[in-house]
Ligand binder design. Structure first.
Ligand code: UTP
Length: 402
């Protein structure tokens, strides 16, 4: 049965009733091109990520990093100078919590001066490229929704001083969004409401965009992938890359010491012997509060969406299936009467794969501790926890003039 023949699909059917025949032909072609099996995930949403047996994973803590600083730094700088390091900025999200109607990276985080989030990230990257005396190819993932604005913003600001030939944009894939009953939303009479499909498909999207030849021509062996919204983020950090190389691992994850046992962060651990991230809601009270002999939390380090992956391994897993997460979000849509609705509260589901699930596809992973006051200032909201306000405070604490 075609999706528009399904009587439950009230938004699609209501739109079709108002459309001309030609409009409906175009809409049907759009609907036919979508893999609707994604809707089956709604029933499985509680078990999508059925987990194995979790066990703690020792982090490489700051004392150890200090002790081996020169060794790690040398390995990382060497890899950068040899062109073996690339970076991927995940900027395809919609930032619905922040409520901007333009790319998150265009947010002005300055107070007395203009300082855009993208600008700060490029500044952070250039701290490293200045030190190494070599540029790192930067790939920026966007979505259909923000691609043109993102690219235009970089053009307008001359790539904030980074050489344009080292920056490539690519567009991620989209998935349909639906209400809590699985009824697919329409964004207009002729278009299905589609959303970016999460940050887990970034490597596949790079491959689809034809960037593999670019990666190979640079000789990239390590890819540092990071979120757009952490303005204190260290990018292509030579120490982090050097530590991953020194430990002979396929991946590394920057982690911060948990502020409290119940802090809502995903914790790096092992699952059935392979590296994995246990979400805070997947941890039992016992796991969350267990302590080592020295009093530290046994599951004490949370991930901050800054990973390094072996490029070779990424190619091997490029076609592997990733769990699809059903995420509750606010989804603007056209109701059955044809009015556009902008909801104030989550009104349905989007379907996303997540980069954190990639960690479990790696044979091993170095949990690399960083100081959260220096490297973790995510901007998810305007005010409150993980907000523009808290990020500004943290930036000022690092001596950055705003
Ligand atoms: P978030 O999980 O914070 O999602 O993304 P979001 O869409 O930006 O924001 P909310 O939840 O709607 O408020 C974490 C990182 O992953 C990127 C984001 O741009 C951010 O850097 N991301 C997220 C993508 O690149 N694509 C996606 O489909 C989702």
């Amino acid at each position: 049965m075609k999706i528009w023949e399904d009587e439950r699909q009230c938004y699609i059917r209501a739109a079709m009733e108002k459309n001309s025949e030609a409009e409906n032909e175009a809409l049907k072609a759009q609907l036919d091109a979508i893999d609707w099996s994604v809707l089956e995930q709604i029933e499985r949403k509680e078990t999508v990520n059925e987990r194995g047996v979790f066990a703690p994973l020792e982090a490489v803590e700051t004392e150890e990093i200090e002790r081996r600083r020169d060794e790690f730094r040398e390995l990382g700088i060497k890899a950068i100078r040899e062109g073996k390091v690339g970076a991927v900025l995940l900027a395809g999200g919609q930032g619905t919590r922040l409520g901007l109607d333009r790319p998150k990276g265009t947010l002005n985080i300055g107070i007395h001066r203009e300082l855009f989030l993208f600008q700060q990230l490029i500044r952070n990257l250039m701290d490293v490229t200045d030190e190494a005396g070599a540029y790192v190819p930067l790939y920026i993932m966007t979505s259909n929704i923000n691609h043109d604005d993102t690219q235009a913003f970089f053009e307008e600001h001359s790539y904030f001083g980074y050489p344009k030939e080292y920056v490539k944009f690519f567009v991620q894939e989209m998935e349909p969004a639906c209400d809590h009953q699985g009824r697919v939303y329409m964004e207009s009479r002729t278009r299905v409401a589609m959303s970016p499909n999460g940050n887990g498909g970034w490597f596949g999207s790079m491959v689809n965009a034809g960037l593999l030849s670019d990666i190979r021509s640079h000789g990239i062996e390590w890819i540092n992938v990071f979120a757009v919204d952490n303005c204190l983020q260290r990018i292509a950090d030579p120490l982090f890359i050097g530590a991953t190389i020194a430990y002979g691992c396929e991946s590394g994850a920057k982690v911060v010491r948990k502020a409290a046992p119940d802090e809502k962060v995903g914790v790096l651990c092992t699952e059935d012997g392979k590296p994995s991230i246990a979400e805070y809601y997947e941890m039992t009270q016992e796991m969350a509060t267990a302590r080592k002999a020295n009093g530290d939390l046994l599951y004490g380090f949370g991930v901050i969406l800054n990973y390094v992956f072996s490029e070779k391994r990424l190619e091997e897993i490029a076609d592997a299936h990733m769990p699809i997460h059903v995420v509750e979000k606010k989804i603007p849509y056209m109701d059955e009467s044809g009015s556009l609705v902008k909801p104030d509260a989550p009104n349905g589901y989007k379907f996303e794969t997540l980069v954190l699930d990639m960690v479990h596809m790696m044979a091993d992973c170095v949990p690399y501790e960083v100081d959260r006051k220096r490297e973790f200032a995510p901007i998810k909201n305007l005010h409150g926890v993980d907000s523009l306000d808290s990020a500004r405070e943290l930036m000022q604490g690092c001596g950055i003039e705003l």
